[in-house]
Design a protein around this ligand. Structure first.
Ligand SMILES: Nc1ncnc2c1ncn2[C@@H]1O[C@H](COP(=O)(O)OP(=O)(O)OP(=O)(O)O)[C@@H](O)[C@H]1O
Length: 673
């Protein structure tokens, strides 16, 4: 169970038996953290320092966009704190100078030091107040930055073309950029602190160089090993996470399967629980070992850097003592220098930590920026030609379409008219192009070849948002919004306030009144399992809610794609009747279904095969032709034919020849009265 083997020549990555057995090797994530492997691995002290101004400038831009007055206040507060720190240091120098005068009466010295002490106390208090105010304003800026970034991300995601959402590369970027919104918030605090620490450092350096220039050099020397140590630890942590992130993902995936609702029956009945737990245990043990290794390495680095820094601090204090004894430095100056060195060291250490944080968050923010940049040209354009008030027909003229990642057209040479008042049925084998055709009809894709006209307006020139406005879609995998029943129906036409009577009418139209009445809060019942007090509907009940939603939407073109897959036979017959009834003077219905009985009454039936319309006509016309449609119809009808069952189970029959039924009318076909 716990065997390990190396992958790659240098033994860089180890995989457990669990990973080999369950995933065929380590899981390879290509989103988020994993994509930053090289950037993070390159976290060197020099590079981080070079990157710092760009990152701080980025955070400043975000803050400027979200909360200008707040940003101005924080900058002024940072300058104020720096002034307070410098004033306090100079006041300390004056105070020590007053108190530590050789051969002076101590009481006289203390009295003389009172003004300096007052300035020291005042400057320290003012610095503390500014620090607290700045922290409060920073929190406010952070919240706004996160909101602005999240909205920017979500609005860009909601406005791109469907083909962008379906594009795997764009989808990965979409997921990665999601982290950027939170990361942009987390860039603000370290940036503010870095600016403050640097200002303080400069002021401290200036004071020290005035007191004794060599002390400034020593301050820098003390800090360098610590800064290097902090960077080294952070870099190791990053690399370890990178190396183990897939491994971690594997154990999380197993954990999710153990608690998943859909996997629960098999986990129990097949005894898969113990098997998965054993693999999870192996992965967890490996992760523990890695954490132990990391902690050891971190302790060693910290010990080494503390020893070097400690030695340098000791040397500095020894130098100060020597200078005091040789009369090269006054006692008061030495005391002030010690304070300045202490605050300088802690300031620089903090700067290194903040720079690390900033560097990491900056990578995710860069993803968000890249996403916004790539999403812009893929936005569905706003504006364009207006559609006529009333559209009677939509024409496909020689339309062809190929998916971006495919080399075979999904649709070729489609000539078709969708008319209001009619039910148009699309039938054909899996992958024949039915769903693609209705996506083009709905304006979700534009044709590569030919054109689609809404009355006389070419879809390519039309305001696509007006096209969306005229279309309604009812599919088998309709969206189950995790909202109330009423919201699930209102979302069909979300413009304006929810009309209760309209929602009730829609529920009654869809024969869903009994379903809603049985729920604990009727229309206000929450349908989101993850929240307390919610209820759950069956697949068929959801389909009825979907029908209510589409009735409430009241579209000009209604696309219905396998709407009854989860319904019982009685409900299916009833819903198909309702769908047929939806076609009216101002509405066309386009029906996609593999249930041939439901297709019989369509006004026009188009048979698709490999992206082309190969037959069209009414049911009777197509049956008379004896082509592809007639064959599909008969194959399905045979399933209801008793004699066929007998023949398949070995019983004698002369009713079926060559797999086709000669139905003599005694056995009604599906959908026949
Ligand atoms: N998003 C996509 N990207 C690339 N190819 C796609 C995409 N969606 C569908 N296709 C391909 O386009 C062709 C037509 O698919 P489409 O979904 O329109 O068929 P369909 O007739 O609706 O099938 P089904 O009856 O199974 O729903 C198929 O070859 C399919 O693999």
């Amino acid at each position: 169970m716990n065997g390990w083997c190396s992958r790659g020549g240098s033994g860089r990555q180890q995989i457990s038996d669990g990973e080999s057995e369950l995933f065929g090797g380590p899981l390879r994530g290509d989103t988020g953290f994993a994509t930053h492997e090289h950037a993070i691995a390159d976290t060197s002290l020099r590079r981080s320092l070079r990157e710092l101004p760009r990152l701080v400038a980025g955070a400043t831009r975000l803050a400027w966009h979200a909360e200008r007055p707040g940003l101005v206040f924080v900058v002024l507060a940072a300058v104020g704190q720096c002034a307070c720190g410098t004033t306090a240091l100079l006041a300390l120098l004056a105070l020590l100078g007053d108190v530590l005068v050789p051969a002076q009466d101590l009481r006289a010295g203390v009295r003389a030091a009172i003004p300096a002490a007052a300035v020291l106390a005042g400057a320290s208090a003012a610095g503390a107040v500014l620090r607290a105010l700045s922290a409060a304003v920073t929190r406010r800026i952070e919240a706004k930055v996160e909101r602005v970034s999240t909205e920017r991300y979500l609005s860009a995601a909601a406005a791109v073309e469907l083909d962008a959402i379906e594009d795997p590369a764009f989808q990965r970027l979409l997921q990665t950029a999601q982290t950027g919104a939170t990361a942009s918030r987390q860039m603000i605090d370290p940036s503010v602190r870095i600016v403050m620490s640097l200002l303080n450092l400069v002021a401290t350096g200036v004071v020290l160089s005035v007191l004794q220039p060599v002390l400034t050099v020593l301050l820098v020397l003390i800090v360098i090993p610590r800064a290097w140590g902090a960077m080294r630890v952070a870099q190791r942590r990053h690399l370890s996470v990178l190396r183990w992130v897939e491994h971690l993902r594997a154990s999380q995936l197993i954990g999710r399967m153990l608690t998943s609702r859909t996997a629960a029956p098999e986990v129990r009945v097949h005894g898969a629980g113990q098997y998965l737990l054993a693999h999870h245990h192996g992965l967890a043990e490996a992760a523990e070992a890695e954490q132990g290794r990391l902690a050891g390495a971190q302790a060693r680095t910290e010990l080494l850097t503390a020893a070097v820094s400690g030695a340098l601090i000791t040397a500095t204090y020894a130098l100060l003592a020597a200078m005091i004894f040789t009369g090269g430095l006054a006692l008061a100056t030495a005391g002030t220098a010690i304070m300045a060195i202490r605050s300088g060291v802690s300031g620089l250490n903090a700067t290194v930590d903040h720079a690390n944080r900033l560097h990491e968050q900056g990578l995710y923010v860069r993803d968000l920026e890249r996403f916004a940049e790539l999403a812009r040209p893929r936005h569905i354009p706003r504006g364009g030609a207006d559609l006529p008030e009333s559209v009677r027909d939509v024409h496909f003229d020689g339309v062809g379409f190929t998916y971006p990642d495919s080399d075979r057209p999904a649709l070729e040479n489609i000539d078709l008219t969708v008319r209001t008042g009619q039910v148009l049925a699309l039938v054909g084998e899996n992958g024949s192009g039915k769903s693609t055709l209705v996506k083009l009809l709905a304006g979700l894709y534009l044709p590569d070849v030919g054109r689609i006209r809404w009355s006389d307006v070419d879809l390519a020139d039309a305001d696509r948002w007006q096209v969306f406005d005229r279309v309604g879609v009812l599919t088998q995998d309709l969206e189950r919004w995790p909202f109330t029943v009423a919201a699930n129906i209102h979302i069909g036409r979300p413009q304006g306030t929810p009309a209760r009577s309209g929602i009730e009418d829609a529920v009654s139209y869809a024969d869903a009144s009994d379903i809603v009445a049985a729920l604990r809060n009727g229309l206000d019942t929450l349908l989101a399992r993850q929240f307390r007090g919610s209820s759950e509907l069956s697949g068929g009940q959801w389909q009825k809610i979907g029908l209510a939603r589409i009735h409430y939407r009241d579209p000009s073109i209604l696309v219905v794609d396998e709407p009854t897959s989860a319904l019982d036979p009685a409900a299916e017959v009833s819903i198909f009747e309702k769908i047929r009834g939806l076609a009216g003077p101002d509405r066309a219905v386009v029906l996609i279904t593999h249930r041939m009985a439901a297709v019989r009454h369509a006004d026009v039936i188009c048979v698709l095969h490999r992206g082309r319309i190969v037959e069209r006509g009414t049911h009777d016309e197509l049956m008379a032709r004896g082509g592809r449609y007639a064959e599909m119809y008969r194959i399905q009808a045979d399933q209801y034919n008793e004699e066929t069952v007998v023949r398949r189970t070995g019983g004698p029959t002369d009713r079926n020849i060559g797999g086709k039924s000669r139905n003599d009318g005694r056995h009604p076909l599906p959908g026949q009265p």
